[in-house]
Design a protein around this ligand. Structure first.
Ligand code: THG
Length: 367
């Protein structure tokens, strides 16, 4: 593919100078913002992520901020996950659905205070949907995109690096919980979360001006830990079954089709806009669902369109993400598979750009 032309619509981030100095080799665009995809190579980045610690510029995980007395009510209108027991200090992975039960986004919701929430969004313009609901229902809440840029610290040595910069108390932060930690006189919200299965943290960097000082401090403190700039890794996230909105699901899919039924409490999520539609589909059950699929043969090419899944020549689904996995010595992939073929060990075929491949549905993801 040819190069992307830089322009102000393709927003830079507070860490872009550091990303460039670290030798970024490729970007994608996510929420109209630069998101690095390769530093050394996807495979080298993968091995390093699993053995050391990486600093990820995930500024593109923009925040939709809800502020005001109706913030909690508005948040519950957006998702079928029951938020009544959610405490300040917690993060929840929440499907966001429209009035038909279709997925609009799959963000992390952060309950900052009782009347202040951050919705850390995947790649869709959720801000407009949220603003329209707040306005249409005359809710007492402000909705906007603040100057907050998440920085991911991911990998087995992430905790050691974070303790060096923020102190040992960072070790007390539980999974999908957050605390406040000081850096250069500013309080930063830091959660134990992130888009990998290797463990780590996300620093919600408020104020672009401290972006590079923080980036540099982490790089300096982690020299002997082999710290390196990194980014969400295609191979590792498929092994881990982490879904990518726009790739693995769209607004044509319900959360149940996406395998996100465990994050839905549709019966008790009173106020959720898609609730009636989801109660209907949940009763019937989905007729297609996300699955882990292993594709035989050599490394597959980049998956930049859906690849048909065939059984006896008939289409029974599509592969939505795929990559060669060095650790599992097979092509790992994510696909949407019809009910008739979604059981573990079902033999299927995948129409890849370089030919038909044998493949098999797996019982679960690899990591
Ligand atoms: N972190 C933050 N914002 C984000 C992402 C993130 N916004 C965009 C994108 N990633 C949203 N999508 C996801 C997908 C998966 C997870 C988080 C965000 C995730 N899932 C875990 C899992 O499925 O194993 C844990 C879910 C849970 O147990 O609650 O972490 O990464 N800030």
């Amino acid at each position: 593919m040819a190069l992307l032309s830089p322009s102000r619509r393709l927003r830079r981030t507070p860490f872009s100078d550091g990303v460039e100095a670290a030798g970024v080799k490729a970007y994608t665009i996510y929420n109209h913002m630069l998101l690095p995809t390769v530093f050394r190579s996807v495979q080298e980045d993968y091995h390093h992520l699993k053995s050391a610690v990486q600093i990820w510029d995930v500024s593109c995980e923009r925040q939709v901020e809800l502020r005001g007395p109706d913030a909690g009510r508005l948040m519950q209108m957006l998702t079928p996950r029951d938020l009544r027991k959610m405490q300040v200090g917690q993060c929840f992975y929440v499907p966001i659905v429209d009035e038909t039960g279709g997925m609009l986004n799959d963000p992390v919701a952060v309950k900052v205070t009782e009347d202040r929430w951050w919705i850390s969004i995947a790649d869709s313009d959720l801000l407009y949907w949220v603003k329209a609901i707040a306005h249409g229902w005359r809710l007492d809440v402000l909705v906007d995109e603040p100057d907050i840029s998440p920085l991911g610290i991911q990998g087995p040595k992430a905790e050691e690096l974070m303790a060096r910069v923020f102190g040992d108390s960072i070790k007390g932060v539980g999974f999908f919980r957050f605390g406040w930690f000081e850096f250069q006189g500013r309080d930063l919200l830091i959660a134990r979360s992130g888009y990998s299965k290797q463990g780590g943290f996300e620093i919600y960097v408020e104020g672009s001006d401290i972006g590079m000082p923080l980036w540099n401090a982490l790089m300096e403190a982690g020299k002997d830990l082999d710290v390196h700039a990194g980014c969400p890794n295609l191979i590792e996230r498929i092994e881990g079954g982490l879904l990518s909105y726009g790739n693995d699901m769209t607004d044509d899919n319900t959360p149940h089709e996406c395998g996100l039924g465990r994050f839905c409490d549709t019966q008790t999520a009173i106020g959720c806009i898609g609730r009636d539609a989801l109660l209907r589909v949940a009763k019937e059950g989905p007729i297609q669902q996300v699955r882990a699929i292993a594709i035989d043969g050599d490394a597959v090419p980049a998956c930049d369109r859906w690849w048909p899944i065939l059984a006896k020549g008939k289409k029974v689904g599509q592969v939505t993400s795929a990559a060669w996995s060095p650790d599992f010595n097979t092509n790992v992939s994510i696909g949407m598979v019809r009910m008739t073929h979604w059981d573990a060990d079902t033999a299927i075929q995948v129409q890849t750009p370089d030919g038909l491949r044998d493949a098999a549905v797996y019982e679960k993801f690899w990591i």
